[in-house]
Write a protein that binds this ligand. Structure first.
Ligand code: FES
Length: 200
């Protein structure tokens, strides 16, 4: 009972934070709360928007975000190469930023907006970048393709017409084992060119 009260007291602390300067300590308190919950075998309810749809789940505080997406939500486009994020194949967008979902816990995505490769298109239309990947055959085995699409989507949202250097730098976090980078770069450059033309 006392344990539950302590574990659920974080929202109260958050309310009090502005006045008593607890902001710095809240992430620590939250982490402590998750650790205790994990040891005690307790779960945490999280809510987030994934590909435009609200999702709520009762998860173990130790659950990785990549496992939450793949196992709980069935979004297997996000890859889990069990490489501690080195290949970047687990990349998703979290609040518009490219992040490695195998390096984050599902609880860290609470109240966030997530986009996986499944959310880049609807059933009838691919995104412009996906169309370009198709045109330039910017895939080989396809394993890294979701991550490449997501990091480039992030870039194109920030800079509508990026340079080749910006595209290559953005792809730095994604390792294509087939070394199929050239066509990926060409596909992204083509979208940048179209964006530059339509802006004029
Ligand atoms: S296409 Fe095979 S890993 Fe990139």
């Amino acid at each position: 009972m006392i344990l539950e009260y302590f574990l659920n007291s974080t929202p109260l602390l958050r309310l009090a934070a502005p006045s008593i300067g607890l902001r710095v300590f809240l992430p620590i308190a939250r982490k402590l709360s998750y650790s205790i919950r994990s040891i005690a075998g307790l779960t945490v309810i999280i809510s987030c928007i994934v590909n435009g749809q609200k999702q709520s789940a009762d998860v173990n505080p130790n659950l990785l975000l990549v496992d939450f997406l793949r196992e709980n939500l069935g979004l297997t486009g996000t890859k889990n190469p069990l490489d501690y994020g080195q290949t970047g194949a687990c990349t998703i967008l979290l609040n518009g930023k490219a992040v490695k979902s195998s390096m984050m816990l599902a609880v860290q995505a609470d109240n966030c907006e997530l986009v996986t490769v499944e959310g880049l298109s609807d059933l009838d239309h691919l995104s412009a970048l996906q169309e370009s990947f198709k045109t330039f055959h910017a895939v080989q085995c396809g394993y890294c393709t979701p991550a490449a699409l997501l990091v480039l989507t992030e870039l194109l949202q920030r800079v509508s017409s990026p340079t080749e250097k910006q595209i290559r730098m953005q792809l730095d976090s994604v390792l294509c084992r087939c070394t199929g980078f050239q066509n990926i770069v060409l596909a992204a450059l083509d979208v940048a060119k179209v964006n530059a033309t339509t802006r004029q």
